[in-house]
Design a protein around this ligand. Structure first.
Ligand code: CO
Ligand code: CO
Length: 314
């Protein structure tokens, strides 16, 4: 689809659509919803809302208003739905947005998420397709939530590890986004279902660049590697690895588990920010000043040859 006012549409696999309303104002729009990944309905609501808001934050925009999207089984206790919506409302309050309505359909399993609208000055949106050779890549949350929540469903992981993953998934990317906007960066995307490698692949394909990342510099939630070693891998993670193989050069020391880890399908992951080298230190300082727990330099953007490639080193 193209339209003179559509500044960002579907052509670059970006996180949200950007539609220019006037010369000073553009609307940024996204929608995301999914079935429960944790047992507690309130926490599920928090995580789903946080995840939905994340695409607006990744665009460097300010979320203002949202609508609930709900699927719910007719025979399930309605108080569970109330808890899910309460969790979502709590995150909306924290984000400073208003939930203005929504829609519910009968569904075999519960599903929840938000359609979120944000605002940005036209041209100041941070897309995923302007990374430049020489940029550093900064990641603002550790990875491993796909593997941990899968282990949670199977009941084979400690509550301590699950709690850590929950606190990461329910942390808004608001402060990370504000830190990035203040500095001015070249590109950003949030890490969700396609995993770190998958979302980086979209970024370099859209940008016409390649990337190098270093396994040892990538933050991983404690306990994730143990679960991998036990053979716990989400289906989505396996599919992710399959779909990126043509674009990744794995260095020889990288194990099969490492590959799966880097492709792990995340829920409500961090921002992956492509920042010009002269602004790197300011960005890292900004992130830490704004109490973003993680500001890890995980790699660099490099020139591309004929193919957009991610080289993964130890
Ligand atoms: Co996204
Ligand atoms: Co999304």
């Amino acid at each position: 689809m193209s339209h003179p006012n559509l500044l960002v549409g579907t052509s670059t696999n970006d996180d949200a659509a950007v539609y220019k309303i006037s010369k000073d104002l553009a609307a940024v729009m996204t929608v995301d919803f999914f079935p429960p990944i944790v047992d507690d309905p309130y926490i599920f609501g928090e995580i789903a809302a946080t995840n939905s808001l994340s695409d607006i934050y990744a665009m460097g925009a300010e979320p203002i208003v949202a609508l609930n999207i709900v699927g719910f089984p007719a025979d399930l206790d309605i108080s569970i739905l109330a808890e899910i919506l309460k969790g979502g409302a709590a995150k909306a309050l924290e984000a400073g947005i208003v939930i203005a309505g929504g829609h519910t359909v009968a569904d075999e399993e519960p599903k929840y998420g938000l359609s979120v609208t944000g605002l940005v000055r036209p041209g100041e949106e941070v897309g995923n397709s302007n990374s430049q050779p020489g940029d550093y890549l900064v990641l603002t949350k550790p990875i491993g939530t796909g593997i941990i929540t899968t282990a949670g469903k199977q009941g084979v992981v400690s509550q301590k590890v699950i709690d850590q993953a929950i606190s990461i998934m329910s942390a808004l990317n608001k402060n990370a986004s504000e830190a990035m906007i203040e500095v001015g960066v070249n590109a950003c995307s949030d890490i969700t279902g396609f995993g770190l490698i998958g979302h980086l692949k979209e970024m370099i394909e859209g940008s016409g660049t390649s990337a190098e990342i270093q396994l040892s510099s990538i933050p991983v939630i404690e306990g994730t590697r143990n679960l991998l070693a036990k053979g716990i891998v989400p289906g989505g993670t396996l599919r992710n690895l399959d779909s990126v193989e043509d674009n990744v050069l794995w260095s020889e020391e990288i194990s099969e588990d490492d590959k799966l880890l880097l492709c792990d399908a995340q829920t409500s992951g961090g921002l992956l920010i492509s920042v010009p080298e002269p602004k790197l230190e300011t960005l890292l300082k900004n992130l830490s000043d704004k109490n973003v727990d993680c500001g890890a330099v995980v790699g660099k953007i490099v020139e591309t040859n004929e193919r957009n490639v991610i080289e993964v080193k130890m």
